[in-house]
Design a protein around this ligand. Sequence first.
Ligand code: 5AD
Ligand code: SF4
Length: 443
Amino acid sequence: MTEKTFYIETFGCQMNAHDSEKVVGTLVHSGYAQVESPEAAGLVLYNTCSIRDKAEQKVFHRLDQFKRAAGKGKIFAVIGCVAQQEGERIFEKAPHVSLVAGSASYTKLPEMLVQLEAGNRRVTGLSLDSGEAFDTPFTRRDNPHRAYITIIEGCDKSCAYCVVPFTRGPERSRTSESVMREAAELAGAGYTEVQLLGQNVNSYRDPSPAGWDFATLLDRVGSIPGLRRVRFTTSHPRDFVKEIVEVIDENPVLCNHVHLPVQSGSSSVLERMQRLYTRGEYMRRIEWMKKARRNISITSDIIVGFPGETEADFQATLGLIEEVEYDSLFAFKYSQRPNTSALDMEDKILEEEKTRRIQILLEKQRAIQIRRNSDLIGTVEEVHVEGRNDALGQWIGRTSQNRTLNFTHREAGGEPLTGKYLPVRVTRAGPNSLVGESTMSVV
Ligand code: 5AD
Ligand code: SF4
């Protein structure tokens, strides 16, 4: 029998990256070997993202590229968010695709593979009511030091612009016991940093009788021996409670970084987005963090050009980013998504205007970041070393605040530092990263 091989390409967020790790583990367990190019693979999978139109188009572009290869026995699978959103329409758009499956169906992946192997060329997994999180013992992690752990899947909010509730289904939390077991196993296997994942981690609710909320889970994971850093993403301001800041303050293993997407600085836009908080309520959460004992880094997402966003609304957003002084910001031009309630809204903003706004926003944010990063010159930060940039002769590290800090080391070329933690003195600052030097020995 010829060897079963697969190639997978992943688009989108960290949830998708981690789903791919689980899919890879499941495929390997089913007897498939991973290869490095689509040309060399019998089965080609695209784990897709549909958050914005541009992301969605990428997969159809890829499928087009390889259309001819399908005739030669190569099998194509579209999985993830575009699969869930478009469903069987994908077979019409790209008839050479044989498997279409959303993330809520990955528990059935082994059966779907059996069907593919039996020659079925229209295999689907599109049910959203799996009722369970995709919890597999076969995850193949890409990074030997930092690991993702899913704690909650899906989303029960209904933000007017967002496709996620349709692509990932309703919220399902894992039991605290299974999260704790996975985290302890990872620590036992040598991982020192874990990142708790969910579309909205703050609404985590332990389904078992223990009934832990997110702050409790975070604190307990941060107390597992061997773990040195615990991160989490993404937070929703509506469900972000003060206890989260309190546990971060008390437990140094919990990273002092919170990604708290605001989307807009205008309460009237927030209301039309159905974000369930006002600007004032959001700012209260920022206050909790600014008043914390630890220096918590705050990052955010912003959408410009939501239908009906006036110049005054946009100015309110500019005012908010100046007030918060984010350490980093992802900004997006509003993109119309299928099924979402904003589809029918009037006063669409022209593309050129969205471009103008996003440029102004990013320029302002760049200045803020230069300022904030420069403030760190002269301080000593602990980094977790991620790798080395040989061309620059620098090691690449990340601080607890999630800043990239590239540094030189006295014993350069000596011991491999990747995966280690060490203190680094910051010597220079740019808008997106810091540069420093370490003269200390490795801890
Ligand atoms: N258009 C533009 N940006 C979007 N996001 C989500 N949906 C859309 C959309 N329809 C952004 C939000 C979210 C981030 C992951 O993507 O800012 O926080
Ligand atoms: Fe993209 Fe959202 Fe799906 Fe992540 S959950 S892959 S961001 S559409």
